[in-house]
Write a protein that binds this ligand. Structure first.
Ligand SMILES: Nc1ncnc2c1ncn2[C@@H]1O[C@H](COP(=O)(O)OP(=O)(O)OP(=O)(O)O)[C@@H](O)[C@H]1O
Length: 303
């Protein structure tokens, strides 16, 4: 399928979906039910039902403390809920470890990037490899297999790094990268496991505007290659620009869902944001720098 055909298939797939919390999707890849996480007396997450459509970019937005990261942690096996179950591609993932979730094809990045500063960029990539020799008894015992595996993984790592224009930095310490480059490295590392779905926690936070464009392009490219993307983001311009669908959380619950253009005008969304931040910019394009806006529009036309 060409990129144009993929774009059409994508918008058609969501065209008939109701703009309401918990809306059913035609091809849900991830389905969560009754997911509750309490910290003491406080309920951080209380998601009754959520379906994430396969092959599209879904943004998860909401004010600070809405429960987005906690929900990500639960879905990816980094935290345990009080109640709840969820499936990925029809198979239950509830209660599974982070490693088991990754093996099932769901990989995540973190808000504060986890790149290990004292390892090189390439070493960071090799650590993220699905069949890291350290985890495989046969590979660690048989040197010739290990060497072949290492060569293959290095080749794959270098290919992915080239895609993110980080190949020239392969032997630099990850600690020497800029904030934006570390975000790119996080995304590159995630791809080492050949995921079906990628979950990005605030990929644009702390990234300079030039790199934001590049990151947005990478996220769209992953989607256009067939990957499902779920991302948490506070930058509403980025959300409007790249998401096919937006899910809004407030006080642990999902309060709205819909395409970006309509969801930003939703009363529950405006209330949720304005309740917490009177100065939150919900992505009104008229507030954008005209040059940036022109670039967004030109890109939109090319798609
Ligand atoms: N380990 C924890 N112990 C106690 N409370 C926690 C813990 N983790 C999160 N919380 C609380 O749960 C609520 C939801 O937090 P969470 O980080 O999931 O929100 P968020 O929507 O991701 O916020 P932000 O946009 O600021 O990252 C907050 O009130 C937070 O203080």
């Amino acid at each position: 399928m060409s990129v144009d055909e993929t774009t059409t298939a994508r918008s058609t797939s969501l065209a008939d979906v109701a703009h309401e919390p918990g809306a059913a999707k035609p091809d849900p890849i991830l389905v969560a039910d009754h997911v509750v996480r309490r910290f003491g007396g406080m309920t951080a997450v209380d998601v009754d039902h959520l379906e994430v459509q396969e092959g599209v970019i879904t943004a998860l937005i909401g004010p600070n403390g809405a429960g987005k990261t906690t929900f990500f942690n639960l879905l990816t096996g980094f935290d345990t809920p009080n109640t709840g179950e969820w499936t990925f591609q029809g198979r239950s993932l509830s209660g599974k470890s982070g490693a088991a979730v990754a093996k099932a094809g769901v990989v995540r990045t973190f808000q504060l990037t986890k790149a290990l500063g004292r390892l090189t960029v390439l070493q960071n990539m090799l650590l993220a490899s699905r069949d890291n020799p350290g985890e495989n008894l046969w590979l660690s015992w048989l040197p010739f297999l290990w060497k072949k595996h290492e060569a293959d993984s290095t080749e794959k790592a270098m290919e992915i790094l080239a895609r993110f224009k980080l190949d020239t930095k392969a032997n630099d310490y990850a600690g020497s990268l800029s904030g934006g480059q570390r975000k790119l490295l996080e995304m590159a590392r995630a791809l080492m496991t050949d995921p079906t779905m990628i979950m990005l926690d605030e990929p644009m936070a702390g990234v300079n505007p030039a790199l934001v464009q590049s990151l947005l392009g990478h996220v769209q490219a992953l989607r256009d290659e067939g990957m499902t993307v779920l991302f948490v983001e506070h930058d509403m311009h980025a959300v409007r620009h790249i998401s096919d669908w937006v899910v809004v959380m407030a006080e642990g619950r999902i309060v709205a869902e819909g395409p970006p253009s309509s969801v930003m005008k939703d009363e529950a969304v405006v209330d949720a944001y304005l309740g917490a931040h009177h100065d939150t910019d919900l992505g009104d394009d008229s507030l954008l720098d005209p040059a940036v806006l022109a670039r967004y529009e030109a890109e939109e036309e090319e798609r």
